[in-house]
Design a protein around this ligand. Structure first.
Ligand code: SF4
Ligand code: SF4
Length: 338
């Protein structure tokens, strides 16, 4: 099965709306950074104002509610109801599976396209050391509840050295849980991954050889044998393959509760946001910000990758990059959906 790379498109927008940063878990690779993203919990009024502004700015956008853990927010259901009346193309809730405030009793599958669960292992022995004791049981119970209530579910698996060898154990679990879409992510040096002790730093990242030998084949197996739509980041590009920076050619918004709005997730650990909420208006920030980086062309591909995680680069004896690092937002998709 050939992988279809979703081309960036300025007429497809994605709004990643972090409505709070609090969470009941302390995952080892959590990218949330309260110093840069704030500790506020947005009021329903502010959420509604910002949702309204974004729906006008990017009609048809795919909206994702995130945190922290978004179901800890007592007004999540009300925010979903507000969003469902606006011009969004799809609505997803990303959750760690604990489903606080009985969220599934207060929203419907007609309002929400996907409930997306994060799980980093095929069993508790792999998942729980990464995400927390009891988390595997809680998350799989949450998935079963969501399925029983008729919600479509997706599962996000973040690959690192901690669970690389567990990925091949995922296909039967995906089948058993009835997952509709499988997202494979790659660990990045952000938040806890960047701030932790030595064994939590770049040692957790996977090499190009591991990615090609252990990750891509599982993605194909799941799509082929289970008929599940699978997405994974391209990560490594051939030296002469076309490279695009989503910051230049796509329309993505990563909104945080302190009012910062980024266009690039790799910039989120720094005060480099190019947009900022002022009341219910979205205003451009002054230079220097992430947009100044997007315009730089380098042989290694992604500029931010070279700045913050150069360990994943390699060079030929002549000093040329052996490959490029793709934009972290560039995904390949296997299966029917795009
Ligand atoms: S990765 Fe998600 S579930 Fe884990 S601590 Fe961070 S916000 Fe919470
Ligand atoms: S990850 Fe790299 S290529 Fe993608 S938007 Fe950010 S700077 Fe651009």
């Amino acid at each position: 099965m050939s992988a279809r790379t979703v081309r960036f498109s300025s007429d497809t927008a994605n709004v990643f709306f972090h409505i709070l940063t609090q969470c009941n878990l302390r995952c080892r690779h959590c990218y949330i950074n309260p110093r840069e993203h704030g500790t506020q919990r947005l009021s329903l009024e502010t959420m509604t104002d910002w949702l309204t502004t974004m729906a006008r700015r990017a009609p048809g956008a795919n909206l994702v509610f995130l945190g922290g853990e978004p179901t800890l927010h007592p007004d999540l259901a009300a925010a979903v109801h507000a969003a469902a009346k606006l011009a969004y193309g799809s609505i997803t809730i990303d959750t760690n599976g604990y489903l606080f405030h009985d969220i599934l009793d207060h929203i419907t599958p007609e309002q929400v396209n996907f409930i997306s669960f994060s799980l980093d292992g095929a069993g508790p022995e792999t998942n729980d050391p990464i995400r927390g004791q009891g988390c595997f049981a809680a998350c799989t119970a949450g998935i079963r509840q969501a399925k029983a209530k008729g919600f479509r579910t997706s599962l996000i698996f973040t690959v690192s050295q901690m669970n690389l060898d567990d990925l091949k154990r995922m296909p039967p679990l995906l089948d058993e849980l009835g997952i509709d879409r499988f997202f494979i992510q790659v660990i990045g040096l952000r938040g806890q991954s960047a701030a932790g002790p030595e064994d939590n730093a770049h040692h957790l990242q996977v090499s190009r050889a591991q990615w090609l030998e252990k990750v891509i084949p599982v993605a194909h197996r799941v799509a082929r044998d289970s008929g599940i739509v699978v997405s994974y980041p391209k990560v490594f590009l051939e030296p002469d393959a076309p490279f695009e920076c989503a910051g230049r050619v796509a329309d993505n918004y990563f909104i945080f509760p302190n009012g910062r709005v980024y266009r690039c997730p790799l910039c989120e650990d720094y005060p480099l946001h190019s947009l900022q909420w002022v009341g219910d208006r979205l205003e451009a920030t002054s230079p220097i910000n992430e947009a100044d980086l997007f315009s730089l062309d380098i042989a290694e591909g992604c500029v931010m990758n070279k700045l913050i995680q150069p360990h994943n680069l390699a060079y030929t004896p002549e000093g040329k990059p052996a490959y490029q690092i793709a934009c972290c937002l560039l995904k390949a998709t296997l299966g029917e959906e795009g």
